[in-house]
Ligand binder design. Structure first.
Ligand code: T1G
Length: 698
């Protein structure tokens, strides 16, 4: 067993150091080591105080999530915490990096916390569908107050050290070496002779809320308003409320019970799946440590439209200078103005300081003419979705781009290989498919062409992570992973309303499932004319959607689409005109209308997509099922607490899904709804998608 905990004596201070890379997770060996080291320090009369610190890039980032769902091994984290509280000598936590979850709970068990500059402290357990299970819901309120603790625990967002200092969570910020500062603090505490106070015994920050909990309840209601269907946020509220309504040990016991119930639940299993799937998506077979990403110091974006502007902001947001290029001064000025407006709005909302907005704006240089990409290490084309135009631009890039520059296209549907063939350097060409708004949406589909060089792909993945995106590799096919699946849902949603479901009923069922928006409201937001143009260019039709567009109903931008929108408002209102148009279209197509229930709506919204995902997996377009889940959670609003389409399918059971698909294929006469080969095979073998890791994927 690797020695992950060591102890050293600095005169009269015992320094206990955890060294369990990569994030000093509080796994079994660490807990054992801590209990042993604390007992030794307690018994050693020379030791007047103790410092607990971590080696490496961060203090403990929590319990070891890989141990969840396995039999618990003693000592538990609660045992470690009891050992710290029982020492009877000052214990100081020396924290740095991302001090999260069980790591912060460990630090809260200590009498004092000294932090390095740049430390972030938080209890993100709710993001894993659980709540802090080692006293965090009882100790944090005792230090920073109930309302601040509630916000930190229900959001799961870490706080910067500056705020932690202000709130009293951190006692001192270390100037210079952290260990030296923590040892000095520990020695001062021991020398002060002041009685030691454990956080568990503090009540000063609870009294106010105990006296009047109205502000707490109001804050709780606001925090839970956008968490419909999720169990963990509500449990967090209950647990934190116990801190000012119950004695400490009763609150702790209640926390434990809530924690256990959530940990064994489907939602936490789904969120843990997404946690690891997001990290697995970074591991590309054939792209081992030998394949080095190319250096990217500067970037260029071609096309100053909505997508181009958003992409340029992604680079400026992380300090990478970017040249935004367009064909003429007017569209360029319009694009730059939109970027400035976005930054000013963010600064006005307090998201960034205006100085930071200025700094980012300075990193974006607007230029007319593609020759201005010559210095860029990576060039992203974001012009109109038209093959000839893109091929022309890529052929031009050959002349201007420097050797070794990565040439990326932001196409959402077109053939990346064909675009690559427009250049003499197809090895440098790939797709980087951003999602609108590009400066907000975290998903990035990185499309690997047949000729794409491994180091070009590695570069795009590394750049994706640097600009705070979640990059997922896709092969070349129409619509890549996300849009190809989404197309199946669009076809089914059109059928459902022709067969009798109201658009608002379909949207309501999809929202009740956990999506932020249903297909019809989403169509109105994106603009129905976008899909209409693509259908026309592909000779495809959608009876109702086409009829709406022919009537000039493009959605929010025209004040009406599937819904009506009052001037300046985005609230969709059902429109009797649309209901009439749909009924007339059904009659014209000879479709008999009937009542359709929510279960059928959800099955037909989700199962055809899952079926298409099985084909995507089988063709190797997606490397592994988890990648598909990450695409849908970060790009299409699939509720993370349902784990993504593939995880959800395994939860429902592939035999059930296969049976329903077969039923709908017969009912609609659409043979493409029949279960895909991979889905049928796995269903027959009583296996799930989780068992299918194609092509040597990790
Ligand atoms: N347990 C096990 N493995 C972990 C881990 C953890 N807590 N955190 C990270 N890893 C692995 C991760 O899978 C990856 O592995 C590698 O470390 C690097 O991570 C009782 C019960 C700390 C901000 O939720 O948010 O405490 O892919 O790629 O981008 O109340 O990791 O290389 O094989 O993400 O620099 C609460 C989870 C746990 C924090 C670093 N803590 N971690 O981000 O690196 S529950 C969390 C993170 C808990 C108690 C409860 C991030 C990070 P691999 P990475 P990063």
């Amino acid at each position: 067993m690797a020695n992950v905990v060591s102890s050293a004596l600095e005169r009269d201070v015992a320094v206990i150091t955890i060294d369990n890379p990569p994030v000093n997770a509080l796994g079994h060996a660490v807990r054992q080591g801590l209990v042993g080291a604390i007992a030794t320090a307690k018994a050693d009369a020379v030791v007047k105080a103790i410092v607990i610190a971590c080696a490496g890039r961060t203090f403990c980032a929590g319990a070891d999530i890989t141990e969840f769902g396995k039999p618990a091994k003693a000592p538990s984290l609660a045992d470690v915490i009891n050992a710290i509280e029982g020492v009877g000598k000052p214990v100081v936590a020396a924290v740095h990096g991302t001090t999260l979850g069980g790591g912060l709970e460990l630090a809260l068990a200590c009498h004092f916390r000294v932090a390095a500059p740049g430390t972030r402290l938080g209890l993100p357990e709710v993001k894993l569908g659980i709540l802090p299970g080692a006293g965090g819901t009882q100790r944090l309120p005792r230090v920073i107050g109930s309302e601040k603790a509630l916000a930190a625990i229900v959001s799961g967002e870490p706080m910067p050290v500056e705020q932690a200092l202000t709130d009293g969570l951190v006692d001192r910020s270390a100037e210079g070496d952290l260990a030296v500062a923590a040892i000095a603090f520990a020695r001062e505490a021991a020398a002060s002779g002041k009685p030691l106070r454990l956080v568990r015994d503090r009540d000063d920050r609870l009294a106010a809320t105990r006296g009047d909990r109205s502000a707490f309840d109001k804050a709780a209601a606001a925090l839970l308003a956008r968490k419909q269907g999720q169990q963990a946020p509500a449990a967090c509220v209950k647990a934190v409320a116990n801190a000012f309504t119950l004695p400490f040990d009763e609150g702790l016991a209640a926390e434990r019970a809530l924690f256990r119930a959530l940990l064994d639940g489907d939602q936490s299993r789904a969120l843990r799946h997404i946690f690891f799937a997001e990290r697995e998506a970074n591991k590309i077979p054939g792209l081992g440590p030998a394949v080095q990403a190319r250096d990217v110091v500067t970037a260029a974006v071609i096309g100053a439209g909505t997508m181009g502007g958003g992409i340029a902001m992604c680079f400026a947001n992380v300090g990478i200078p970017v040249t935004l290029v367009d064909t003429a001064a007017e569209p360029l000025a319009r694009g730059m103005a939109t970027i400035e407006k976005n930054y000013r709005n963010t600064a006005a909302r307090g998201g960034i300081t205006s100085a930071e907005a200025d700094r980012r704006l300075k990193l974006i240089t607007g230029k007319v003419g593609n020759e201005n990409v010559a210095k860029a290490d990576i060039i992203i084309e974001a012009v109109f979705e038209e093959m000839d135009l893109k091929r022309r631009i890529f052929a031009e890039l050959d002349a201007h781009a420097k050797p070794g520059a990565v040439l990326a296209t932001n196409t959402s549907t077109l053939d990346v290989d064909e675009i690559g063939r427009a250049t003499k350097r197809p090895g440098d060409v790939l797709g980087m498919h951003f999602f609108s708004p590009a400066n907000v949406m975290r998903l990035l589909e990185v499309v690997r062409g047949k000729a794409t060089a491994p180091d070009a792909l590695a570069t795009a993945m590394a750049v994706g992570r640097r600009i705070a995106k979640v990059p997922v590799v896709s092969g070349v096919c129409y619509g890549f992973i996300g849009n190809r699946m989404l197309h199946k849902r669009s076809v089914e949603s059109e059928r459902l309303i022709l067969e009798g479901a109201a658009p608002e009923a379909v949207d309501a069922a999809v929202v009740a499932f956990g999506f932020p928006m249903g297909p019809f409201a989403m169509g109105d937001l994106a603009g129905l004319d976008v899909g209409w143009r693509i259908r026309k260019s592909r000779g495809a039709t959608a009876a109702v959607a086409d009829a709406l567009c022919e009537a000039g109903r493009f959605g929010q931008k025209t004040g009406k689409g599937y819904y009506l929108y009052d001037a300046g408002l985005r609230t969709p209102k059902p429109d009797p005109e649309v209901a009439k148009l749909i009924e007339a279209t059904s009659a014209r197509l000879g479709i008999k209308r009937r009542a359709i229930g929510d279960q059928e709506i959800i099955e037909r919204m989700l199962y055809p997509m899952i079926n298409e995902a099985a084909r995507i997996l089988d063709e190797g377009i997606a490397l592994r099922p988890g990648d598909i889940d990450v695409v849908w959670v970060y790009g299409y609003g699939w509720p993370a607490w349902r784990g993504g389409p593939m995880h959800y399918a395994d939860h429902i059971g592939l035999p059930n899904i296969a049976e329903r698909l077969g039923h709908y294929a017969k009912q609609t006469g659409d043979a493409t709804l029949a279960p895909a080969a991979l889905l049928s095979r796995l269903a027959a073998e009583a296996k799930g998608f989780a068992s299918h890791n194609p092509k040597g994927a990790a």
